[in-house]
Write a protein that binds this ligand. Structure first.
Ligand code: NAD
Length: 287
C-alpha cells in the first residue's frame, strides 16, 4: 500500500497505460482521479471496483479543463500528491515537408502543452506536500527519428526537456518531476485513429499484438502494466532522490530494434504503415 491516503490525478486514463496505472495506484491505497475524453470507457474503469477511482471528463487540449480537473481534485481531497500526465494519441502523420501549421499545433497542444499545463496547474496544490511527484509520458520516439511521425517525436522530445526544466524549477517546493519513455506497448493507440470497425479492427489489433512481440530484443510484447509499474516507482518514496530523470521502459528497442539483426522482422514504423495500407485496401496485401 505505497500510496495510502495519496491523491493521484491521471490524464488519458480511460485506456491502455493510463487505465492500468489508475488501477495500480488505486490498488495500493490512492484516491485516483482518472480523466479522459472517452466518458464511456472512463466510467467503466471507475465501475470496475478497483480501489477508489473517480472518473472526470477532461480534454487536455483545453488548458481550462486541465485547471478545472486539478482544482476539483484538490477541493475534494485537500491537495494533490501525484500527477501522471499521460493523455495522448498519434498526432499528425505528415512529414516535415508536408505538414500544415494547424496540424502541427494540434499535435503540440495534445502532447506537449498538455503536459506543461498539467504541471502548471498542479503546482499550487502540490507545493510542500511530502513526497509530491509528477510523472510525464514521453516515448522512445524522443530518442531519435524513426519510431514515429515527426510531430509526435518532436513533442515527446519536448516532454523530456520540459521534465528537466520543471524538475529544476520545482525542487524548491519539494516536487519531483520525472518522465517515462515507453517502447512499443500493446494498447489502443495504434488502432484508435484508423477509420475501421468490427472485424477489421479486431484484425488490426491482432496484427499489432504480433508486431509488438517482435519489435524489440525482449521477445514479448510490451504491456500497459510494464509502464504502470515504472510510473509507480517514480512516483513512490523509493525514488525520493530521483528528479529530472527519464526511465526508458522498452524491452531494449532503443538498444537496436530487432529488425537490425532479424531480417524477418520489419521496423516498427514500417510495419505499422504496411498494416494501415493493407487495411485501407480492404484487407488485401498492397501490390
Ligand atoms: N503504446 C505505446 O506504444 C506508447 C509508446 C510511447 C508513448 N506512449 C504514450 O503513452 C500515452 C498513453 O498511450 P496509450 O498507449 O495508453 O494509448 P491509448 O490510446 O490506449 O490511451 C490514450 C488515452 O488518451 C485519451 N486521450 C486522447 N486524446 C485526449 C485528449 N485530448 N484529452 C484527454 N484524453 C485524451 C484517449 O481517449 C485514451 O483513453 C500517450 O501519451 C502515448 O503517446 C505510448
Amino acid at each position: 500500500m505505497r500510496f495510502s491516503g495519496k491523491t493521484v490525478v491521471i490524464t488519458g486514463a480511460a485506456s491502455g497505460i493510463g487505465a492500468q496505472t489508475a488501477r495500480l495506484f488505486a490498488s495500493e491505497g490512492a484516491k485516483v482521479f482518472a480523466s479522459d475524453i472517452d466518458d464511456e470507457e472512463g466510467a467503466a474503469l471507475a465501475a470496475e471496483g478497483v480501489g477508489e477511482i473517480r472518473y472526470r471528463h477532461c480534454d487536455v487540449c483545453d488548458p481550462g479543463a486541465i485547471k478545472a480537473l486539478l482544482d476539483g481534485a484538490a477541493d475534494e481531497t485537500g491537495g494533490i500528491d501525484i500527477v501522471f500526465n499521460n493523455a495522448g494519441a498519434g498526432g499528425a502523420r505528415e512529414d516535415i515537408g508536408e505538414i500544415e501549421p494547424d496540424a502541427w499545433d494540434r499535435t503540440m497542444d495534445l502532447l506537449l502543452r498538455s503536459v506543461a499545463m498539467g504541471i502548471r496547474y498542479a503546482v499550487p496544490h502540490m507545493k510542500g506536500r511530502k513526497g509530491a511527484s509528477i510523472v510525464n509520458v514521453s516515448s522512445v520516439a524522443a530518442a531519435g527519428p524513426g519510431y514515429s511521425p515527426t510531430a509526435y517525436a518532436v513533442a515527446k522530445a519536448g516532454v523530456l526537456h520540459l521534465t528537466k526544466c520543471a524538475a529544476t524549477d520545482l525542487a524548491q517546493h519539494g516536487i519531483r518531476v520525472n518522465a517515462i519513455q515507453p517502447g512499443f506497448i500493446n494498447t489502443n493507440i495504434f488502432t484508435t485513429s484508423l477509420e475501421i470497425d468490427g472485424e477489421m479492427k479486431a484484425m488490426a489489433k491482432a496484427a499489432i499484438a504480433q508486431m509488438s512481440s517482435n519489435a524489440q530484443p525482449v521477445a514479448r510484447g510490451g504491456q500497459a502494466d510494464d509502464i504502470a509499474q515504472a510510473v509507480a516507482f517514480l512516483a513512490s518514496d523509493a525514488a525520493s532522490f530521483v528528479t529530472g530523470a527519464s526511465l526508458v521502459v522498452d524491452g531494449g528497442i532503443t538498444l537496436g530494434p530487432r529488425h537490425s539483426w532479424d531480417p524477418e522482422t520489419p521496423g516498427m514504423f514500417a510495419a505499422l504503415e504496411a498494416m494501415e495500407q493493407q487495411l485501407t485496401n480492404g484487407g488485401q496485401q498492397p501490390g
